[in-house]
Ligand binder design. Structure first.
Ligand code: CS2
Length: 489
C-alpha cells in the first residue's frame, strides 16, 4: 500500500485547505491529543479564513512521530470512532517538525522568531513543573534546578518557554502562549510558572516587563477523548483511505474548545471551526475538569481494579455508574458555578454516551496513567470545598483510594494487569514511602503523608481517615464493596 503523502492523499479526505507555508504557530507536544484537537481546529479555520497559521510542531522526545510525519509531508489522519460509525480524514497543517530534546535551540529560535505569533502547549499536567504541595514552580525538580542555574541552556518545559520569551523580548513583538492542557485556569497558571521562573533565574526587568505587557496567556478549556494509536488504527485507516499512515490518531466524534479571546498578536479563525470564545472559560474548565476528568479518574481506577480493560467496559458495570453518579451529584456539582445557559442534564447525558463509546476502546490504563499529577487538578479543591462545609466527600476519598490501590505495592493485594500497566511518575517514590508499612491502612497513610497531595487536604483527619479506610476495604473485600460503602455513606 502506498504511503500517505501530499501526492497520495485521496480526493475528498483532506480537512480544510492546504495550510500556508508560513508557521505563525509554534506547538510543543506532538502527541495524539494535539493532532486530533488544536491541529484539526486550525486546519478547519484555515479553510474558512486564510492566514499564516501553519504549525511548527515540536515533539517532546519522540523521534518516531516526527520521522513518520516528515515521511508523510506533515500529513496524518484522524480516525473517528463511535457507535454511529467510523470515518477517516487527513489533516495538513504542520510546517516544520522537530524533536525538542534533540534540538532545544531550534525551539528557542522558533519561539523568538517574529513570524511566530502563538505558542500552543500540550505538555500534560506534569509539564508545568508545579509543586504538588503548593502549586508554585517546583524549584526542587532536578531539571528546574538545573535551568535556574543555567537559564540559557534550559531542559525543562518552563525553562525553555522562558528562554524563548527572553530572546523574543529583544524585538518586543507581541506574542501569545496558549496552554491546551487540563489545568484549572491554565492560562494564568502558565503565566505564573513562567514569571516565577524568570524572576528566580534573575531575568532583567526588560524581559519581565515584556512578558507582563506584551505576552498574553489566554485561558482555554480543551476537550476530546483521544486514545493511543494501536496497530488496528493503522490497518483501519488503510482500509478506509487506501493509503498507509504510520501516525494516525483515533478519536471520538466529539470535540470542544472554549477560549478566552485574549491574543496579543492575532489568531486563526478558530471560532469559524467551532471553537467558542467566552468570558466564562473558567466555569467551562471546572465543569470539564470535574464532571468529565474527575469522574474519568474514578472510572479508570474502579474499572482497572475490577479487571476492565476499557472505559466503556467499566462504564457497563452498574457499580461504576452508581459511584460516578454519586461523585457528580454529591461532590462535584455543588462546587461548580455553571456557565450561563449551560444545560447540565444534557451534558451529563452526553458524557454517558462518550464514556460508553466501545469502538473507541479507551484504556483504563491510559486514563489511570500519571494519576498523581492528574488528581491534583481534579480532587483537592472540590474535596476541600466539602470539608470546609463540614461534609466528608466520600466519593473523592474513593477516587484517591482507588488510585493508591492501583499504584502502591500493598501486601497480599494484586491490583491486576490494567492497574499494573498505568504509568505513574511517582511509582518509585510511592513504593519507598510504603516500604515500612505492615497494613493497607499504614500504606495509605504513608502515601498520603508523602507530599504528593496538597498539605491542606491530607491534614484533614476526616478525609485522610476515610481514604485509609477505603483502601483497607478494597484490599480486604474488593473494589465493589468499597464503592458501595462510599455510595451508601
Ligand atoms: C482523561 C483525559 O486521561 C485522562 O486523564 O481524563 O485525557 C480526557 O480523555 C480528556 O481530557 C478529554 O478531553
Amino acid at each position: 500500500m502506498r504511503r500517505l503523502t501530499r501526492t497520495t492523499t485521496p480526493g475528498g479526505a483532506l480537512i480544510g485547505e492546504s495550510a500556508p507555508e508560513t508557521a505563525g504557530i509554534v506547538h510543543l507536544g506532538l502527541g495524539n491529543f494535539h493532532r486530533a484537537h488544536a491541529a484539526v481546529y486550525t486546519a478547519r479555520a484555515l479553510a474558512h479564513e486564510a492566514g499564516d497559521w501553519g504549525i511548527h510542531g515540536f515533539a517532546n522526545r519522540s523521534r518516531r512521530v516526527v520521522d513518520a510525519l516528515r515521511a508523510q509531508d506533515g500529513r496524518y489522519s484522524v480516525l473517528e470512532l463511535s457507535e454511529r460509525g467510523r470515518g477517516a480524514a487527513v489533516v495538513d497543517v504542520h510546517r516544520g517538525l522537530d524533536v525538542l530534546a534533540e534540538t532545544p535551540d531550534a525551539f528557542v529560535a522558533s519561539v523568538s522568531d517574529p513570524a511566530r505569533r502563538i505558542l500552543t502547549l500540550t505538555v500534560s499536567e506534569a509539564g508545568y513543573c508545579r509543586s504538588a504541595r503548593t502549586g508554585a514552580l517546583d524549584a526542587d525538580l532536578p531539571e528546574v534546578r538545573h535551568d535556574l542555574g543555567a537559564p540559557e541552556r534550559p531542559r525543562s518545559t518552563v525553562g525553555l518557554i522562558a528562554r524563548g520569551l527572553a530572546v523574543r523580548a529583544a524585538d518586543g513583538e507581541p506574542f501569545t502562549v496558549l496552554s491546551c492542557d487540563n489545568l484549572t485556569a491554565n492560562g494564568a497558571a502558565t503565566r505564573a510558572v513562567v514569571t516565577e521562573f524568570l524572576e528566580a533565574s534573575g531575568a532583567s526587568s526588560d524581559v519581565l516587563d515584556y512578558v507582563a505587557g506584551h505576552v498574553s496567556f489566554p485561558d482555554s478549556m480543551v476537550d476530546r477523548i483521544v486514545p493511543a494509536t494501536v496497530p488496528e488504527t493503522i490497518e483501519e485507516v488503510g482500509r478506509i483511505l487506501g493509503v498507509r499512515d504510520e501516525a494516525p490518531v483515533p478519536a471520538e466524534d466529539f470535540a470542544m474548545w472554549v477560549l478566552e479571546d485574549s491574543f496579543a498578536a492575532g489568531r486563526p479563525a478558530w471560532d469559524r471551526a467551532g471553537a467558542i470564545f467566552s468570558d466564562e472559560v473558567e466555569a467551562y474548565e471546572l465543569v470539564k475538569l470535574r464532571l468529565l476528568n474527575g469522574s474519568h479518574s474514578l472510572i479508570a481506577s474502579l474499572g482497572a481494579l475490577d479487571g476492565r480493560e476499557t472505559i466503556a467496559d467499566a462504564w457497563g458495570e452498574e457499580f461504576v455508574r452508581d459511584a460516578v453518579h454519586a461523585v457528580v451529584e454529591d461532590d462535584y456539582l455543588p462546587t461548580i458555578r455553571l456557565p450561563r445557559g449551560f444545560d447540565v442534564a444534557a451534558y451529563l447525558e452526553q458524557l454517558s454516551h462518550r464514556w460508553g463509546n466501545a469502538p473507541l476502546a479507551h484504556g483504563t490504563r491510559q486514563v489511570g496513567t500519571d494519576g498523581s499529577v492528574k488528581l491534583l487538578q481534579r480532587v483537592p479543591e472540590p474535596a476541600l470545598f466539602a470539608l470546609r462545609r463540614g461534609r466528608v466527600p466520600h466519593l473523592l476519598a474513593l477516587t484517591v483510594a482507588g488510585w493508591i490501590c492501583c499504584v502502591t505495592p500493598l501486601q497480599g493485594f494484586a491490583p491486576g494487569p490494567f492497574a499494573d500497566a498505568m504509568r505513574e511518575p511517582a511509582r518509585e517514590r510511592i513504593a519507598e514511602l510504603a516500604r515500612a508499612a505492615t497494613t493497607p491502612r499504614e500504606s495509605a497513610r504513608a502515601v498520603l503523608g508523602g507530599g504528593l497531595l496538597p498539605d491542606a487536604l491530607v491534614a484533614s483527619p476526616a478525609f485522610a481517615g476515610r481514604v485509609e479506610e477505603l483502601v483497607e476495604t478494597i484490599v480486604r473485600h474488593g473494589v465493589r464493596a468499597a464503592a458501595s460503602d462510599a455510595v451508601a455513606a
